[in-house]
Design a protein around this ligand. Structure first.
Ligand SMILES: Cc1cc2nc3c(=O)[nH]c(=O)nc-3n(C[C@H](O)[C@H](O)[C@H](O)COP(=O)(O)OP(=O)(O)OC[C@H]3O[C@@H](n4cnc5c(N)ncnc54)[C@H](O)[C@@H]3O)c2cc1C
Ligand code: SF4
Ligand code: SF4
Length: 328
């Protein structure tokens, strides 16, 4: 089967790139999952009595459109090689041909078990921000109904130079503040302590988050250990007179983003350049170190849904330009 563009990864970035290109060329999206949408489709709407501008419904609008491109779901990409000016991509079920490749294999939430001191999966009542996000319609949220004191711990898995994750994940301050707002509107009895390094409240329509900031206790320190005692979680942090400990009914770890295993696998398969943090290096407009191969969305670095959609626009423009240039 021959296409002009093969897009690897059907998250919001891959789908939107396909949508932008579908009128000019034959496009196929290959997705390893059995559904498209990626991480953004697992996130929840954080509206309280008003919209909190989390961007998740912008992602949903991408999927709702009738696709004018081919979608191959549940595919494992086994091999990609170049023959003349064409890429031959072999999956577990077929071989597809394409003149250009767009890598949109995205990110994964940081696995908080890599920081065992923080107690995720070891003690009850410690959740990740991703668990809270995906459980917005019940689940974890209901479990917090009877809590009085909870803590958010920011920068979990990000801004850690020792672990080669010195970057800021960009979304976690905002999602944690929005989740704080959700929790306070549902359970007004809650007292929220917010442990942070630096508050990244960037982006449009963030006024509400500045208001939320006033309703919580901001502590500019990051706890390094969580322990459970008598049904409470105790966080240990460096105080001015040595170690201090604070007790909570529940703790939320605001996990950031890491390159997805697919980003690593496809990047290596295509011999692309990586950043020191393991994202695919973008030399501008999605251009990678290999001719005819582009990178889109969070596969080349952390970002929110809006940034991923913008990147889809930029990359589709560049691919279109390259296609015109390549025409005899
Ligand atoms: C905890 C958390 C909370 C967040 N909250 C928000 C928020 O409130 N608002 C916001 O705007 N953003 C938020 N984000 C960011 C948002 O999830 C991303 O911006 C968005 O998902 C990026 O889209 P993407 O298409 O680049 O990547 P992804 O969503 O990761 O999609 C990549 C796709 O590629 C597929 N894939 C991977 N490897 C392969 C392979 N080898 N072959 C084929 N397919 C493959 C995956 O299955 C997936 O479908 C959050 C992120 C996290 C981690
Ligand atoms: S932007 Fe977010 S909070 Fe607002 S309606 Fe959409 S999903 Fe809900
Ligand atoms: S967005 Fe906030 S919590 Fe996330 S890495 Fe950046 S500073 Fe830390």
């Amino acid at each position: 089967m021959g296409f002009d563009v093969l897009i690897l990864g059907g998250g919001v970035a891959g789908l939107k790139t396909a949508e932008y290109l579908q009128d000019d060329c034959r496009v196929a999206v290959l997705e390893e999952d059995i559904v498209t949408g990626g991480l953004a489709f697992q996130l929840g709407c954080k509206a309280t009595s008003e919209c909190l501008y989390c961007g998740v419904c912008r992602a949903l609008s991408v999927k709702r459109k009738e696709p004018g491109f081919s979608v191959f779901l549940g595919r494992t990409i086994r091999e990609i090689r170049k023959q003349g000016g064409t890429f031959l991509l072999t999956t577990d079920r077929e071989t597809l041909e394409g003149r250009f490749l767009v890598v949109a294999t995205g990110v994964a939430p940081f696995d908080a078990r890599e920081l065992p001191n923080l107690g995720w999966k070891k003690f009850p009542n410690i959740y990740t921000g991703f668990e809270l996000e995906t459980g917005l319609n019940g689940g974890v949220l209901q479990k917090l109904a009877h809590c009085r004191r909870i803590a958010f711990v920011q920068c979990v898995g990000s801004r850690n130079f020792k672990e080669k994750r010195g970057y800021c994940s960009q979304v976690c301050c905002r999602y944690a503040l929005r989740l704080s707002e959700d929790l306070l509107s549902l359970y007004p009895q809650l007292e929220i302590d917010f442990y942070y390094m630096d508050l990244q409240i960037i982006g449009k329509k963030t006024e509400k988050l500045w208001e939320t900031r006033q309703k919580i206790r901001l502590v500019r320190k990051i706890p390094f250990e969580a322990k459970e005692k008598g049904g409470k979680i105790f966080l240990t942090l460096e105080g001015s007179h040595g170690e201090e400990s604070e007790g909570y009914d529940a703790v939320i770890l605001s996990v950031g983003m890491v390159p997805s295993p697919g980003t690593q696998k496809i990047g290596e398969m295509l011999q692309l350049d990586f950043t020191p943090e393991g994202f695919i290096r973008n030399y501008g407009e999605g251009v990678t170190s290999q001719e005819g191969i582009f990178v889109c969305g969070t596969a080349c670095g952390p970002g929110d849904i809006e940034a991923s959609l913008h990147s889809a626009w930029e990359v589709s423009q560049k691919v279109r330009k390259e296609m015109r240039r390549a025409q005899p």
